[in-house]
Design a protein. Structure first.
Length: 278
């Protein structure tokens, strides 16, 4: 039975309140159906429907860098400007979402600042995503390679809420479940989630896999039960750390075996969530 029919079958006046329960949601691929585009800068090749985590884990020394800047700044730059133009004087706005090995923000900023990549590389992928996903949720970033000291991929993603998501969030709020978000995206991008009724004070942006695990651990000190809902390898540690780890395969029906093994439950539709967590 899907979550929507489960919700509809309950009498709100007799629903028990779950103030001791926290649900932590990943965003990309979990509550939003994503379209991802990357540009292999060395090969000058556009790659569609990529898995960001896989590009990062191809080799050690790679990191996903998220520039928390106003998109208008990107569009105001000339396409032939060096990519470093975007961060010149704004290095503190760079965040590292995830990495295949440890790399500091300072080192990442230095790589971007010296890169041969151009603003056009980021504009191309962002334009491709905006054409396919005309909504409000878009992100842009880049993968740096510490060994090569270069930006190797420009990245952009766009997303739309999975059908039924707003009903699920409304129901959880109604019965007193505290909903949190832990995502690798910037707060600028995640601010769009406010339109779905998500409390922005409970949103954790630019969360690496280990940071997501820490968030779960912190919440377990405050709640009797903490549920993690995710879809990718960057959710692996958090799924293991939660009292209940739920893997959703609505975006990707062939997740890695170790991701399936880390989950307590697997769902194929976000509408199934309310029935699973109780």
């Amino acid at each position: 039975m899907h979550g929507k029919s489960f919700i509809s079958s309950l009498d709100p006046s007799s629903t028990r309140m779950y103030r001791d329960l926290a649900v932590v949601l990943d965003v990309a691929g979990t509550i939003l159906r994503m379209y991802r585009v990357a540009k292999d800068i060395e090969r000058n090749a556009i790659l569609e429907n990529v898995v960001t985590w896989e590009l990062i884990m191809e080799k050690k020394g790679r990191a996903l860098v998220v520039p928390q800047i106003d998109p208008d700044l990107l569009f105001s730059c000339r396409p032939d400007d060096a990519l470093g133009t975007l961060i010149d004087g704004r290095e503190q706005l760079l965040e590292i979402s995830c990495a295949s090995s440890r790399i500091s923000k300072g080192d990442a900023a230095g790589i971007v600042g010296r890169s041969q990549a151009r603003v056009r590389d980021l504009l191309e992928v962002l334009g491709a995503v905006m054409a396919r996903c005309p909504g409000n949720y878009h992100t842009a970033g880049m993968i740096v390679d510490a060994d090569l000291q270069e930006v190797v991929y420009a990245l952009s993603t766009g997303g739309t809420p999975f059908p039924g998501l707003e009903d699920v969030l409304s129901y959880l709020k109604h019965i007193g479940v505290d909903v949190y978000v832990a995502s690798g995206d910037s707060m600028r991008s995640l601010s769009r989630l406010k339109e779905l009724g998500i409390d922005m004070s409970r949103v954790y942006p630019v969360s690496s896999p280990r940071r997501k695990k820490e968030i779960i651990a912190d919440l377990k000190m405050q709640y009797r039960r903490v549920v993690m809902v995710g879809d990718g390898l960057n959710d692996l540690y958090a799924l293991r750390a939660a009292d209940l780890g739920i893997l959703t395969v609505q975006q990707d029906t062939r997740p890695a075996l170790k991701l399936r093994e880390a989950a307590d439950k697997i769902i194929t539709n976000i509408k199934d969530l309310p029935e699973i967590i109780f």
